[in-house]
Design a protein. Structure first.
Length: 163
């Protein structure tokens, strides 16, 4: 299915971006520690940048976790249910998760727009940059939930992107 191939590629790209973000966080924090303890003058922008990067890494990683079923779930209880009931409950779960993703996207839009005129201290970035990963994660969660719903309706499984 075309959606599955596109989503798998998108999920892999998100994972690579998250790993790159983690590496960047390590570099930024290392620079902050070096500046504070070796140079005696910690750079002012490092803490703000690390906090923004953490938002990107965690929220994008969470969206990929939804696609690859790496999130916490109630699978242990569903295994005991008959197949007919299990697939219906899984469908409801994916609809609810998709609804949550849509709420994330909407909230990010509203909150980002409300603070767009303000700047993040020491970064000269709009405060709205803090809400971009929330909206992106919400959109990805909706997309990945739709993929799961279609796969369930067809009696198929969604293969994790990292296989």
């Amino acid at each position: 299915m075309m959606l599955t191939r596109c989503n798998a590629l998108l999920a892999r790209m998100c994972l690579m971006a998250a790993v790159a973000g983690l590496v960047l966080i390590v570099i930024v924090v290392a620079w902050q520690v070096f500046g504070r303890y070796v140079l005696g003058d910690s750079p002012t922008w490092t803490e703000s940048l690390a906090l923004v990067l953490i938002l990107y890494v965690t929220l994008i990683g969470a969206a990929v976790g939804v696609r690859d079923a790496g999130h916490l779930g109630m699978e242990s209880l569903l295994v005991l249910a008959p197949e007919r009931i299990r697939s219906k409950v899984e469908m409801v779960i994916h609809v609810l998760v998709g609804g949550f993703g849509a709420a994330m996207l909407y909230s990010a839009w509203v909150l980002g727009a409300s603070v767009a005129g303000y700047k993040i201290a020491n970064l000269d970035l709009s405060e709205a940059a803090r809400y971009v990963p929330l909206g992106l994660s919400g959109a990805l969660i909706v997309l990945f939930s739709v993929e799961h719903i279609i796969a369930l309706a067809r009696g198929q499984d969604v293969e994790p992107a990292w296989h």
